[in-house]
Design a protein around this ligand. Structure first.
Ligand code: BT5
Length: 276
């Protein structure tokens, strides 16, 4: 670690963190290809649940489906947590939703902004993406061994940090609210919320999380959306979440359809400043 700003961030984070297991230990890098890739390696090597990898910048930050995550230095949060939930691989996508709730709760606590969750893995502010989540699992002979839960949050990125083509779709908490966000305090709050929600999920299952998710996703409910799903394009009105986290859509007059994965577009977009 050469940059004193990074040292301040890590020292403050280590000092403030009072979680039971999440962030213990913390692995910090000034720069890395992808915190998810490194965390997956640690997971394969047998690191215990709760280890967290944080980088100041990523040279190959990953999105879903081979897409990339813009990860400039000094301004944002790039974090991957190693979890070992005793669940089947089928419910792992629920961790995306849990992380989105944790991020939205943290934004509410740390800023005066109103976040909105966009299923399955985005958190928006003012209709623009400020956070992306990437849950990747490691299995062995069909059994789930670990999950790497990657979270990227644009905290203080200035507009010039985003390539031109992203500027009308992406934002940071600083750009949206006009105030810079303390990275260590934000990360501490996020890990605290994430640990609490994860434990609730382990103890009570997804139904306990569903109302928390829906509270931050009110901007989507009742909206007409299209989803680029693995099975093709799907269109309908959002009814909410099923008990397992699948998105429930109304198609036509009566038909209800479950969507398990995909990229959502809200027809007409999220209204600017919409309450979630
Ligand atoms: C995601 O993918 O949103 C998941 C992003 C996960 C990033 C974290 S950072 C820590 C950890 N380590 C990693 O390597 N990854 C995780 P997806 O839904 O596929 O969205 C990707 C798309 O979002 C890109 O194709 C761009 O259009 C847009 N995008 C890229 N960088 C962005 C940024 N910094 N802020 C907002 N949008 C961005």
């Amino acid at each position: 670690m050469s940059d004193p700003a990074d040292q301040g961030f890590v020292a403050a984070l280590t000092h403030q963190l009072q979680t039971r297991f999440l962030g213990k230990p913390l692995h910090f890098f000034v720069t890395i290809d992808s915190t998810n890739t490194y965390a997956a390696r640690l997971a394969r090597e047998g690191v215990s649940e709760g280890a967290v990898v944080i980088a100041d910048s990523q040279s190959g930050g990953k999105g879903r489906l081979g897409r990339s995550w813009i990860s400039p230095p000094g301004v944002n949060l790039y974090l991957s947590a190693i979890l070992r939930p005793p669940v089947s691989a089928a419910v792992v996508p629920q961790l995306n939703l849990i992380a989105a709730v944790a991020v939205a709760d943290t934004i509410v606590q740390a800023t005066s902004l109103t976040p909105a969750i966009k299923w399955p893995n985005d958190v928006l502010v003012g209709g623009k993406k400020v956070c992306g989540i990437l849950a990747e699992m490691q299995t062995e002979a069909g059994t789930l061994r670990s999950v790497v839960l990657g979270i990227g949050v644009n905290l203080n990125a200035p507009l010039r940090a985003f390539p031109e083509e992203l500027r009308d779709k992406a934002s940071s908490l600083f750009l949206a609210g006009g105030q810079s966000v303390d990275r260590a305090a934000f990360t501490t709050t996020l890990l605290t919320h994430l640990e609490k929600l994860y434990v609730l999920w382990l103890e009570e299952g997804f139904p306990a999380l569903r109302p928390l998710w829906e509270r931050h996703a009110a901007g989507m409910i009742g909206k007409q959306i299209t989803v680029a799903a693995p099975e093709g394009m799907v269109a309908g009105t959002v009814l909410g979440l099923d008990t397992d986290g699948a998105l429930l859509l109304r198609e036509g007059e009566r038909e209800t359809r479950r969507v398990l994965a995909g990229d959502v577009t809200v027809v007409g977009g999220y209204a600017q400043g919409e309450k979630s």
